[in-house]
Write a protein that binds this ligand. Structure first.
Ligand code: FAS
Ligand code: PHB
Length: 393
C-alpha cells in the first residue's frame, strides 16, 4: 500500500489530522491497535478550548458539538469554604470554553472518516515504523493475521503515551522531561444533574476534588486519591461522602448522588519529549507530551499539534513549502511548555502533596491572592481558555 501520510493511532490526534488532510486531498491511512469500541470506551477529556472548537469546525465535524456542547463562560475555584468564580468571558475579551466529551469528539471524527471512505485499520498488531530518516519511510503491521506495509512520505505518530512511535526513536536522539505526581484522580460518571452549571475545582486539606459534567443529566466528578488505591477500595457511598467533604457547604448540600456508571483511577504526570520530529516522522499529542488534567489541556494540546502539522503538510504539498517541514517541533514546543506550566501550576495549588500544614496555608494564600487580584484572575482565565496558536507561514 502507498499513501502520502501514514497515521498511527485513531484517538483525537490521529483522526483529526486524518480528517483535515483528507479534506485537502492529501491521502492518509490510519492504523489503530485497538477496536473502535475500545477507543470509544475510554472516558477522558471534557473541556474544549476555542482553538480546538475552531479546528473541529474546519474539519467539518463540529455540527453536533455546536448543537449538544455546552458553552461555559466561567468556572469556580473553591477553597476555605469559599467559591470564587473566574469569569472567562469578561477576563479574556469574550472567550469561552465548550464542555463536550472527548468520547463524542472521537465518535464524530470516526463517523466522518467512515463516510469519507479513507482507509483505516483497527485492531492492528505488531505496528512498526521503518526508515523514517530516509525519503522512503514505511509502517508495517498485521491485520487479521495478514502482514501489511504502508509506504508513505511522512509518518504521524499519534499513538499516545504508551504508543510505539516515540519508542522507535533511538534514546540518544530524544530528551525526556518528566514529573510524576504522588497521587491519582478517582473519577466517576453518574446519570445525575451536575452540582453546578459550571466546573468547580476544589482545594481542601483532605485533597483535590473536581465537579464537571457531560450533559444536564450526566455528571463527571473526581477526587484526589492515593496511588495505592484500587477502584474497588472506593464504594459509591465512600466517593460521595469524600466529595461532599471537599466541597463548600452549599455545593455539598445540593449534590445529587446516584450509582456510578463508570469509575476509574488515572495517574498524573507532566511529560515532554524533545524534539517532536525525527526525519519524516512527527510525534503528535500524547505521544509527545502529557499534562495533569487539572488545567484541561491534554486534548487541547493534541489539537494544537494537529493544527501545526496539518498546515505544514498542507503548505508542503500545495505550495512546495519544504522549508516548513523542519519547523514543526519548535512551533509546537513553544505552546506545549506554556500549557505544561499552567497545568503544573493548577495541580500544585489545588492538590494535597503532604501533611505539612504550611503547604496548605501557602496554597490557600496563593488562591486567595489570585482570585482577589484582577491580574491574577486574568492570567488564570487566559491560560484556561487556551493561549493563541502560532501561525504556520
Ligand atoms: P490517545 O492516547 O487518545 O490516542 C492514541 C491512540 O493510539 C489510542 O487509540 C491507542 O489505542 C493507539 N495506539 C497506542 N499504541 C499503538 C500502536 N502501537 N499502534 C497503533 N495504535 C496505537 N485531557 C484533557 O484535556 N482533559 C481531561 O480531563 C483529560 N482526562 C484524561 C483522563 C485520562 C484517564 C487520560 C489517560 C487522559 C486524559 N486527558 C485529558 C488527556 C487525553 O484526553 C489526551 O490528551 C488525548 O487522549 C490525546 O489524544 P491522542 O494524542 O490522540 O492520544
Ligand atoms: C472532565 O470533565 O473530565 C474534566 C474537565 C476539566 C478538567 C479535567 C477533566 O480539568
Amino acid at each position: 500500500m502507498k499513501t502520502q501520510v501514514a497515521i498511527i493511532g485513531a484517538g483525537p490526534s490521529g483522526l483529526l489530522l486524518g480528517r483535515l488532510l483528507e479534506l485537502q486531498g492529501i491521502a492518509n491511512i490510519v492504523i489503530e491497535a485497538k477496536s473502535p469500541d475500545y477507543v470509544l470506551s475510554r472516558i477522558r477529556a471534557g473541556v474544549l478550548e476555542q482553538g480546538t472548537q475552531t479546528l473541529l469546525r474546519e474539519a467539518k465535524v463540529g455540527e453536533r458539538m455546536d448543537r449538544e456542547g455546552h458553552v461555559h463562560d466561567g468556572f469556580a475555584l473553591s477553597f476555605l469554604g469559599r467559591l470564587e468564580r473566574i469569569d472567562l468571558h469578561a477576563l479574556t475579551g469574550g472567550k469561552t470554553v465548550m464542555v463536550y466529551g472527548q468520547t463524542e469528539v472521537t465518535k464524530d471524527l470516526m463517523d466522518a472518516r467512515a463516510q469519507s471512505g479513507s482507509l483505516s485499520f483497527y485492531s492492528a498488531d505488531d505496528v512498526a515504523l521503518h526508515d523514517f530518516h530516509s525519503d522512503h519511510p514505511s509502517v508495517s503491521f498485521t491485520s487479521n493475521g495478514q502482514k501489511h506495509i504502508v509506504e508513505c512520505d511522512y509518518i504521524a505518530g499519534c499513538d499516545g503515551f504508551h504508543g510505539v512511535s516515540r519508542k522507535s526513536v533511538p534514546p540518544e536522539s530524544i530528551r525526556l522531561f518528566e514529573r510524576v505526581y504522588p497521587f491519582g484522580w478517582l473519577g466517576i460518571l453518574s446519570r445525575t444533574p451536575p452540582v453546578s452549571h459550571e466546573l468547580i475545582y476544589a482545594n481542601h486539606e483532605r485533597g483535590f476534588a473536581l465537579c464537571s459534567m457531560r450533559s444536564s443529566m450526566l455528571s463527571r466528578y473526581y477526587v484526589q486519591c492515593s496511588l495505592d488505591d484500587k477502584v474497588d477500595d472506593w464504594s459509591d457511598q465512600r466517593f460521595w461522602d469524600e466529595l461532599r467533604t471537599r466541597l463548600p457547604e452549599d455545593a455539598a448540600a445540593s449534590l445529587i448522588t446516584g450509582p456510578s456508571i463508570e469509575k476509574s483511577i488515572a495517574p498524573l504526570r507532566s511529560f515532554v519529549a524533545e524534539p517532536m520530529q525525527f526525519g519524516r516522522m512527527f510525534l503528535v499529542g500524547d505521544a509527545a507530551h502529557i499534562v495533569p488534567p487539572t488545567g484541561a489541556k491534554g486534548l487541547n494540546l493534541a489539537a494544537s499539534d494537529v493544527y501545526t502539522l496539518y498546515n505544514i503538510l498542507r503548505l508542503r504539498y500545495q505550495q512546495n513549502r519544504l522549508d516548513l517541514v523542519a519547523k514543526y517541533s519548535e512551533i509546537c514546543l513553544r505552546r506545549i511548555w506554556k500549557a505544561e506550566r499552567f497545568s503544573w501550576w493548577m495541580t500544585s495549588i489545588l492538590h494535597k502533596f503532604s501533611d505539612d500544614p504550611f503547604n496548605q496555608r501557602i496554597q490557600e494564600a496563593e488562591l486567595d491572592y489570585y482570585t482577589s487580584s484582577l491580574a491574577g484572575k486574568t492570567t488564570i482565565a487566559e491560560n484556561y481558555v487556551g493561549l493563541p496558536y502560532e501561525a504556520v507561514e
